[in-house]
Design a binder for this molecule. Structure first.
Ligand SMILES: O=C(O)CCC(=O)C(=O)O
Ligand SMILES: [Fe+2]
Length: 605
């Protein structure tokens, strides 16, 4: 292993192990007080929960998925829960029925206060069950929830994928290792993506009329993913607020790739606003122009012939991005996981060839894109449509590896023959061009025709982070004189390229990389460099108000939008020495701050 690897490893070790067992304090005895609870749970369980203490936890910004959704389950709390455990993204349970007694006055339950306490406690409890100690009507509980790939060990290995496969989320240091096992805990969700963050919300997750709760365990560092079993299956998202108070729900369009119609995701006024704002964008980086591809700047592509614009911080864009996170079960909203809203316009014959939204790693960048490891990349896409298209008009989004929903869909060969036989259409494309081939895929595979205010969700990764090759999709050629308007929201699985906390790739001996990294480290300016000074600085940017130059100030990390910094606004961030923060007004940089040595720093205008 090279020097850089070792350094990286050390930094990663440091990050990864920040979550280590926090040591126990105080009131372990109070755990033992709940007699009723203790009768049903083996005493070992309590013994093993000694380390659930807040002591030594590193203070941090609000935590991913921290917010409770328990308000959406308003009925009385039952005192016993029967649950089936699922691995994230899997429709079938991996356990037999598990019985957990819930007594809200029980001191142990009361002392499990944060989502992280709860994650650790429930993981511990389930691991006890896996050892046959948790009794269900006198018989052993079966928990066969080990890792999916490589099948290394049991549920503990599932929740803690190991330091080489656990992306560092912003709440990583708050995770509480599972007592006795010293492994990272899972987080737990309902089938609809509602975080279960306490024993009470576990009890409340039981729906009226149902006997059991289905609980989905998500490994540390990973995000919740819906687990459809069949096409047409619905997921009620009534916990997500709708701008017109309508119901939002998912309808499964395909199980692999995982594609859903999100009914009610957005409304017509938002669709109009997106188009208007895209047309009004003036700045070079954001205005409507021929699309480019890849992560390395702007270069026009011959297989992506649409135009696109970016809307990063209008009210509609922000509302939609936040709603998108709610739908995905990621709370609270994190700007570092969201790509700006990208608006797309297609004219007759223009298209975007089938591709993955998952970005291929680039040798030019230090960013770690490999999501089966610790990297970050695009995780989910929500596509928004602003115009109506009939099937014959083209412009669909096609998932070339998905099965068509139309039982009468032609084969690819028949679709191609039909296209060539149609005089009007055959004149639109060169014979054997990618566009011609694509039209035949659009007619034969799973495709979604644009409809005003319709939206689609799909995932580019498997639940454990591996790239999902089945998510190959494209924007079909428009076949009529009409414009297709669409937009996409991309959500990353961990801080995205360009953000201070974004993961840096392991150097596999590439000397060019090593040289660049050395250069970067001496400058101390590249946030993606592995060997920058490790110590985080707590930095606050403030606008006191009064200086008209900064009335409409916008804070950027280098060129990446961070937040508005108008009069009286402020942002607190964790950054590193040498990081460059810019204030822009009307897209011009008017002030640059470079983070200094002090642990706590305040920059004001
Ligand atoms: O336009 C479409 O239907 C798909 C667009 C797309 O896949 C993309 O922009 O990444
Ligand atoms: Fe795409």
């Amino acid at each position: 292993m090279g020097k850089v690897d070792k350094k990286y490893d050390k930094k990663y070790d440091k990050e990864y192990s920040k979550s280590k067992d926090k040591g126990h304090t105080l009131s372990f005895a109070v755990f033992l007080c709940g007699v009723c609870f203790a009768l049903l749970i083996p005493p070992d369980f309590f013994k093993n929960l000694q380390s659930l203490s807040n002591k030594n936890r590193v203070a941090s910004s609000p935590t991913l998925n921290e917010q409770s959704y328990s308000q959406s389950y308003s009925h009385a709390v039952p005192n016993i829960v029967h649950l089936y455990l699922h691995r994230n993204g899997e429709a079938d349970p991996c356990s037999s029925l598990i019985t957990i007694p819930i007594n809200p006055t029980n001191k142990f339950i009361k002392s499990t206060k944060t989502p992280h306490d709860f994650g650790s406690a429930l993981t511990s409890l389930l691991l006890q069950g896996a050892q046959g100690e948790l009794l269900q009507n006198g018989s052993d509980v079966k928990i066969a929830c080990g890792t999916v790939v490589g099948d290394k060990g049991g549920f503990d290995n599932f929740c803690d994928m190991g330091k080489l496969k656990t992306p560092i989320q912003h709440d990583h240091s708050l995770l509480i290792r599972v007592p006795s096992y010293n492994t990272l805990p899972c987080s737990y969700f309902t089938r609809e993506g509602v975080r279960i963050d306490s024993f009470e919300s576990l009890a409340r997750a039981k729906k009226e009329g149902e006997d059991n709760v289905n609980v989905y365990a998500v490994p540390a560092g990973r995000l919740f993913m819906f687990a459809p079993k069949f096409v047409g299956e619905e997921f009620d998202l009534s916990h997500v607020s709708h701008p017109e108070n309508k119901r939002i729900y998912l309808e499964t369009l395909s199980v692999s790739p995982r594609v859903f119609d999100i009914h009610g995701f957005f409304v017509e006024s938002e669709a109009d606003d997106i188009v208007e704002r895209a047309l009004a964008q003036q700045s070079e980086s954001h205005k409507l122009k021929r699309s480019s591809t890849g992560a390395n700047g702007y270069s026009v592509s011959s297989t992506r012939t649409s135009e696109n614009a970016f809307d990063t911080h209008s009210k509609s864009a922000k509302d939609l991005k936040e709603r998108c996170f709610d739908v995905l079960g990621i709370r609270p909203y994190r700007e570092s996981l969201a790509d700006g809203l990208q608006v797309l316009r297609y004219n007759i014959t223009t298209a975007y060839i089938p591709h993955l939204d998952w970005i291929d790693p680039s040798p030019q960048l230090d960013h770690d894109f490999i999501t089966s490891g610790t990297g970050s990349n695009r995780f989910a896409t929500i596509l928004l449509y602003m115009t109506d298209f009939e099937k014959v008009e083209g412009g669909e989004t096609v998932f070339v590896k998905g099965a068509s929903l139309d039982p009468e869909a032609p084969s690819k060969e028949k679709a191609l023959a039909d296209l060539r036989a149609d005089e009007r259409l055959s004149g639109l494309f060169k014979r054997d061009s990618w566009e011609e081939k694509m039209v035949s895929q659009c007619k034969s595979a799973l495709s979604v025709s644009p409809k005003r205010a319709k939206s689609v969700l799909f995932y580019s990764q498997h639940p454990d982070g591996r790239k999902d090759e089945a998510s190959l999709h494209g924007g079909c050629p428009v076949l009529v004189e009409k414009q297709k308007w669409a937009a996409n929201l991309w959500v990353w699985n961990a801080p995205r390229l360009g953000y201070p906390e974004a993961p840096v790739k392991l150097d596999k001996g590439n000397s060019k990389n090593k040289q660049r990294r050395k250069k970067n480290s001496s400058k101390q300016a590249d946030p993606r460099a592995a060997n920058q000074k490790d110590e985080q600085k707590h930095v606050t940017f403030k606008n006191r108000g009064g200086d008209p130059t900064f009335k409409d100030a916008v804070l950027h990390y280098e060129d990446t939008f961070w937040g508005n910094l108008g009069y009286s606004q402020q942002h607190s961030v964790n950054s590193f020495e040498g990081h460059v923060w810019n204030i822009k007004v009307k897209d011009k940089t008017v002030k640059t701050w470079i983070v200094g040595k002090d642990k706590v720093q305040v920059y004001e205008v």
